[in-house]
Write a protein that binds this ligand. Structure first.
Ligand code: FAD
Length: 403
């Protein structure tokens, strides 16, 4: 900015696509870019392209509310999200980019004895996996967050489950950091390149039709998030996924007010405060299927109501902006990182509204799968056929809780 926003060197190239790549990744979101980065850096696969229909960061990676945590209950999920947390903790040094990783603590409020028992169980499961968890009583929460509505007669706050290592990360910097890291190692990131078809010969994928022409590949990896079902349709593959919009909001700038990330236990609402002072908040998905990156007023009203029930002073705050992103909602709230019935086609999808925190581990495990044709041990549970086999990782209340 001191140079009048002139003379900046681009952080990654804009290459003309080659005729053929060893690996093509569809989707230049967080997961696609992280996969490309780890493919080159950790697994030595160098002839890689990421094809993005818009610009880097135009999808959910640039639209989420930036929350990271590893406070999961179930066996398949907990070690995976903890791997992600550990990668977040070293990410800025690893890709040499300031992603503003802020471990400010995530609190999930509880409002009844039953909810306290469920959070106690979750906290114990976390600790058994070596993940930090603290159960706070009402007074401890009151000291940290005195502005919450403790006198609410209907949903009295009894306490909170807290993960102190949880927090926030600047979302678009994550996309930029991975993009720059992948590009500098030779990955071609091709923006404005929409995949419109997948060409197959003898049961194998040979390449993709795109808005910039045909591009051949040895392996094809889907990482299209909210558009997973439309891309899978190109090979007549039906996924156990529905797309829904999730909205988010940012308020006018306020003086420092909320030090942590806080989620309401009696309705759909969660909030943190950005370094610029805006309150960043959201709630539940809009309840109908959609591929539109915008939502509806009924959900806005619900989010506002829940927010004011948790923090009455919010009724005086002005909202500056709201937006929406398209969620790939899986049927059990957990993701899919797996091979598909087509030999050289790989799938990364079903992140629901919690996939930002998974970005590093998802990229790492997906790169492992693509390079070695073997799942990484930490992502082994996220199989596509678990829905047919009835081996769901049903963690909707936690795994797909917004944020
Ligand atoms: P995306 O960034 O959406 O990447 C997919 C890319 O594929 C897109 O850029 C898209 O343009 C591209 N694409 C699609 N089809 C094609 C095609 N045919 N050809 C080429 N490219 C294509 N998660 C958290 O963990 N914490 C949070 O606090 C959180 N809050 C959220 C709040 C909101 C409002 C939203 C919308 C999401 C939130 N999430 C959160 C979820 C998280 O953002 C997503 O799960 C995650 O970003 C999805 O992975 P991605 O980054 O790869 O997706």
């Amino acid at each position: 900015a001191l140079r009048g926003n002139k003379g900046w060197a681009p952080a990654w190239r804009s290459p003309v696509p080659k005729n053929h790549y060893d690996v093509i990744i569809i989707g230049g979101g967080g997961h696609g870019l992280a996969t490309a980065y780890y493919l080159v850096k950790e697994f030595g696969v160098t002839n890689v392209a990421v094809l993005e229909k818009g610009y880097i960061g135009s999808g959910n990676v640039g639209r989420n509310t930036t929350i990271i945590r590893s406070n999961y209950l179930l066996e398949g999920n907990n070690p995976f999200y903890e791997l992600s947390m550990k990668l977040w903790e070293g990410l800025e040094q690893d890709f040499n980019f300031n992603a503003m990783v802020s471990q400010r603590g995530v609190l999930n409020l509880y409002h009844s004895d039953a909810q306290r028992d469920a959070y106690t169980r979750r906290g114990n499961a976390m600790r058994l996996h070596g993940v930090d968890a603290d159960l706070l009583d009402r007074n401890a929460v009151r000291q940290m967050l005195p502005f919450l509505d403790f006198d609410n007669a209907r949903f009295p706050i009894q306490g909170a489950l807290m993960q102190r290592r949880g927090g926030t990360v600047r979302h678009d910097a994550v996309a930029w950091g991975y993009a720059r890291g992948a590009d500098s190692r030779g990955v071609d990131i091709i923006q404005n390149c929409e995949v419109t078809g997948i060409r197959r010969e003898n049961g194998r994928v040979v390449g993709v039709e795109t808005s910039q022409g045909f591009i051949g590949c040895g392996k094809l990896a889907l990482a299209a998030a909210g558009n997973s079902t439309t891309v899978a349709d190109m090979v007549d593959m039906k996924l156990p996924i529905e797309s829904h919009v999730l909205q988010a909001f940012v308020s006018e700038g306020l003086k420092p007010f909320i030090d942590n990330v806080v989620t309401f236990g009696a309705g759909h609402f969660y909030v943190s405060q950005s370094d610029k002072g805006g309150l960043v908040f959201g709630g539940d998905i809009d309840g109908y299927n959609s591929y539109a990156q915008r939502g509806n007023l009924a959900t806005v009203e619900h989010v506002a109501e829940a927010g004011v029930a948790m923090i009455p002073a919010l009724s005086r705050v002005r909202v500056l902006r709201s937006w929406g992103g398209v969620m790939d909602m899986s049927m059990d709230g957990s993701p899919i990182i797996d091979r598909t019935p087509i030999d050289n086609l790989y799938l990364n999808a079903g992140w629901c509204y919690g996939g930002f925190k998974a970005t590093p581990a998802s990229g790492f495990c997906y790169a492992h799968l693509i390079a070695r044709n073997e799942p990484h041990e930490t992502g082994r549970a996220f199989r596509l056929d678990r829905f047919a086999r009835g081996r769901m990782i049903d963690e909707k209340g936690v795994g797909s809780q917004p944020n």
